[in-house]
Ligand binder design. Structure first.
Ligand code: TNX
Length: 539
């Protein structure tokens, strides 16, 4: 009896002891290192930061909780948990049923009221045992979550406690975007890119708070989107690409998958059907569309400006009505891009007549028209948007018409321009664009006299004449697109090349982890992941 008692007694004490130590492990004040928030490598640079020289304890005891009325906040929290798991291996619970007092917490808290500068604004308060992200909308939560992701170190500190800890620099961040439209364009027409490739590009852009992906879906060399009413567009027009390889196309289901994936990343897809020029693939599929009268055949070269629709035929507009209707029906975003560039085979009067009519079709299907800057020459509505790429005169005309302008000056933002004469891919008709040239300019003043409120934002187009796979895409887009993200998000007074250069150098570990074949520009002193880990271990 006594023996039994003492055995069960010591088991009891042992259990108690174990419980106390495990609670203690979680509760005990772990001395956290003093980290300087201002020395973190955030891109885009936030509006305001106040460092408090401490750190948040991100570890296995941390959980993520949400509070807010809007649907989707819990999904944003799960997105964060998934990304933290990918980076650190930690499996954080979202809104767990049980939490121990003193366990670190990341709170996403929706505060609809309040003086928010815009609906993507957020504040982040980071202390030893809590990160509080306050936001007016779930969209803002998604942007703020990117900041949290960037603040988490690549490598854990294993010297602070028995378990691994990823210390996050403490302080306050107040942040909001300078422009609402922060985009990149991908040309899937000259070379086709798969749904998986597009999704990877979306993942990478979202990390830098880019919120628009413009898909250039049609051109002389290929038609890449299924139109149910006109099946030959993809059967015939989708069969080729530059260089003679087989082309490809997105079924409407593929496109919906891209749109949904983009929506999960709080990104708008802008579909472009380029017309009346750049339409050889469409006219070969349906010859009544053609306005050149020349023999039609599939085209695998890289010339521009030789094709045009017949702008004076009603059947052409009936066709366009079907195309705009079908694509608009599966595009939740507000925009439809009609191209309208380099219509050298279209007479000027026909071009104007065409843009005027197509604008009405786009509006009928509930979308706002975007076109390359040439469209400003037509009698366009002030609600339509001009994408400035080449002609300042057209951009100015657009401004005079009360239109908003997207800035994509070829000399600065064309991702398909070579970095220098040694670049493996790309063209150089507009310029060579090394990483610093891409960053050192000001969207606010590039075109003289554009009022800031008429600048919708910045977009960096990636034309694909010289690239045919994801590695080549990444070579041209990265690292330059990271700079465009900052040019469109961050305030002008916060942008500085010398400072950006260091933050950009520190993106290498992320890009390496994401398997991005970025161009290691010699102008940047790239940080190696191993080097970073050594620095952290020194803390
Ligand atoms: C000009 S930019 C084009 C494209 C080409 C690009 C190549 C624009 C609106 N049109 O058709 O792909 O140059 O850099």
């Amino acid at each position: 009896m006594n023996v039994l008692k003492s055995v069960s007694g010591s088991v009891f004490i042992l259990t108690l002891l174990l419980m106390v130590t495990s609670c203690d492990e979680a509760k005990e004040e772990i001395p956290m290192p003093a980290l300087d928030l201002n020395a973190e490598n955030l891109v885009p640079i936030p509006t305001r930061m106040i460092a408090t020289q401490g750190s948040f304890r991100l570890d296995q005891f941390t959980s993520i909780i949400t509070s807010g009325e809007e649907d989707g906040l819990e999904e944003v929290a799960s997105f964060l948990a998934e990304k933290i798991s990918g980076k650190t291996g930690l499996r954080l619970e979202v809104n767990p049923l049980n939490m121990q007092e003193g366990d670190p917490v990341i709170l996403l808290s929706q505060k609809k009221e309040g003086n928010w500068p815009n609906n993507e604004a957020y504040t982040l308060s980071i202390r030893q045992d809590s990160i509080i992200l306050e936001i007016p909308t779930t969209e803002a939560a998604f942007r703020g979550v990117q900041t949290i992701r960037q603040l988490i170190p690549e490598i854990s500190n294993d010297t602070l406690a028995e378990h691994s800890i990823w210390p996050v620099a403490s302080g306050t961040i107040e942040d909001h975007p300078n422009f609402g439209y922060r985009g990149s364009m991908l040309d899937v027409a000259r070379h086709f890119f798969s749904v998986e490739d597009v999704k990877k590009y979306i993942d990478l852009l979202a990390y830098y708070k880019i919120n628009v992906l413009h898909l250039h879906l049609t051109d002389d060399q290929g038609w890449r989107i299924e139109i149910k009413a006109w099946p030959k567009l993809t059967e015939v027009g989708g069969s080729t690409e530059v260089g003679g390889e087989a082309g490809g196309f997105f079924t409407q289901d593929d496109y919906k998958e891209i749109v949904a994936y983009a929506a999960d990343n709080y990104m708008t897809i802008v579909p472009e059907v380029d017309m009346p020029g750049h339409t050889n693939a469409a006219s070969v599929s349906y010859p009544f569309l053609d306005g050149t009268g020349k023999p039609l055949k599939l085209y695998e070269g890289t010339r521009v400006g030789f094709s045009t629709f017949d702008t004076r035929k009603d059947t052409v507009y009936a066709f366009i009505d079907d195309v705009v209707r079908e694509i608009s029906a599966i595009t939740p975003g507000p925009y439809f891009h009609i191209g309208g560039d380099e219509s050298h085979a279209t007479k000027k009067a026909d071009y104007i007549y065409f843009v005027n009519r197509v604008e009405k079709i786009v509006q009928k299907h509930g979308k706002q028209m975007i076109g390359w800057d040439e469209i400003a020459q037509a009698d366009v509505d002030s609600t339509s948007i001009a994408q400035f790429w080449s002609s300042e005169k057209n951009a100015t005309t657009a401004i005079e018409k009360g239109m908003k302008v997207i800035l994509s000056p070829a000399k600065k933002t064309y991702l398909d321009m070579q970095y220098d004469t040694l670049s493996k891919h790309g063209l150089h008709w507009a310029a060579y664009i090394p990483v610093d040239t891409a960053y050192v300019w000001s969207p606010e003043s590039y075109v003289p006299d554009i009022p800031k409120d008429q600048i919708l934002g910045v977009e960096a187009p990636l034309w694909s004449e010289t690239i045919s796979n994801i590695e080549e895409l990444e070579y041209l887009a990265f690292p330059r697109v990271i700079g465009y993200a900052e040019l469109s998000w961050s305030l002008e007074e916060n942008r500085d090349w010398e400072d950006f250069k260091v933050r950009l150098a520190n993106q290498a570990p992320f890009m390496e982890r994401m398997n991005v074949a970025f161009y290691p520009s010699p102008r940047i002193d790239w940080v190696q992941a191993e080097k970073k880990s050594r620095e952290i271990l020194k803390d």
